[in-house]
Design a protein around this ligand. Structure first.
Ligand SMILES: [Zn+2]
Ligand SMILES: [Zn+2]
Length: 345
């Protein structure tokens, strides 16, 4: 088969790779649409949990080709050959101290297809049958957002929003916009989205954001003043959904007394941000993280099936495997929000 391969940090090729064979409990899959995400940049740069050589691609919609041995009867019925599934890329060992403590997301042996195991930028792949979710009623172009929405679902879990909260989301990438919608439906009294791209802000507005504020990449002071004017006593919650340290460094200044900053975007592992410990102490601020997801796929699919979370306009560009490097750079194209790869094209 052909696959995108990260040979080592900063070296990406499209080349032949041995066809995978499903092991016990696994299914053989033919990826039909795989989303490109900021994590794919971090993995190529040598960050996150990259192990080389790596077939990236963790936002996967695939067709089931065949079952391997020992697939349980319930999974056989649920994901019959020919059915279209969203693949939950995250899996855990169930035996380390965190798994045994009921905190599987912190698994010592966290396995993530497309991050530290072969993923979906390939003509074929394998995954545990129990990690494949049938897609009744939604097509690949919507279902490809299942993994980002599952991560947003976990973000909403972590935030445990108080109804009536005044929420600011910094960043209007796909995950920021999906999380903003969950918070909108999860009780926020007002959602403000700030980001550097006018077309993304327009989309955020169409998805229900009450206020949108253009946050240019340079000379941001005026934009931050505008945000402060919107909430003179500070927002209840500020979600940092860009991964940019300079954006995060502004967040505590935007929350009110007793407010919460959630670090939702992925920064480089060695990035540092200065905070005032006195400010966090005296105003009783909370800073919390939200990392990936575990077992959020069924809720994400239901929200996509009902249309409660809207996706139209998020996927703007589509590429074949051979054009992977273009796909990786597509977010810089004018009007781009998210690129996907069709590995069978
Ligand atoms: Zn992703
Ligand atoms: Zn574990």
């Amino acid at each position: 088969m052909r696959a995108v391969v990260y040979e080592q940090a900063n070296v990406v090729v499209v080349r032949g790779w041995a066809d995978p064979e499903p092991g016990p409990g696994e299914v053989l899959l033919r990826p039909v649409l795989t989303g490109v995400c900021g994590t794919d940049h971090h993995l190529l740069a040598g960050g996150f949990m990259a192990t080389y050589p790596l077939i990236p691609g963790h936002e996967i919609v695939a067709e089931v080709v065949a079952h391997g041995p020992e697939v349980d009867p319930a999974s056989v019925a649920r994901v019959a050959p020919g059915s279209l599934v969203a693949v939950d890329n995250a899996d855990v060992c169930r035996s380390c101290e965190y798994c045994r403590r009921g905190r599987p997301l912190y698994c010592r042996n966290f396995r993530s297809l497309g991050c530290n195991a072969p993923g979906g930028f390939a003509e074929l792949m394998v995954a545990p049958a129990r990690k494949c979710f049938a897609l009744a009623g939604i097509g690949p172009e919507v279902a490809v957002l299942t993994e980002p929405l599952a991560c947003a679902m976990h973000g909403a879990d972590m935030l445990a929003l108080t109804p009536g909260s005044d929420v600011l989301v910094l960043g209007a990438g796909p995950t920021g916009m999906l999380l903003a919608q969950l918070l909108l439906h999860g009780g926020a009294a007002r959602i403000t989205v700030a980001a550097p791209s006018p077309h993304k802000l327009e989309l955020a507005g169409a998805f229900g954001a009450d206020e949108t504020v253009l946050l240019p990449r340079a000379g941001q002071d005026a934009a931050y003043e505008k945000l402060k004017a919107l909430a003179p006593s500070g927002f209840d919650v500020v979600v940092e959904a860009t991964g940019a340290p300079d954006v995060l460094s502004r967040c505590t200044g935007l929350v009110g007394m007793g407010g919460t900053v959630m670090v939702y975007g992925m920064a480089d592992a060695d990035a540092m941000v200065p905070f005032s410990p006195y400010d966090i102490f005296a105003r009783e601020l909370t800073i919390k993280g939200s990392f990936a997801q575990i077992d959020c796929f069924d809720r994400a699919i239901l929200a996509l099936q009902t249309g409660r979370v809207r996706t139209e306009g998020i996927v703007t560009h589509s590429f074949g495997l051979g054009d992977f490097e273009q796909a990786l750079g597509a977010t810089r194209l004018p009007g781009a929000v998210k690129a996907v790869v069709d590995p069978q094209r």
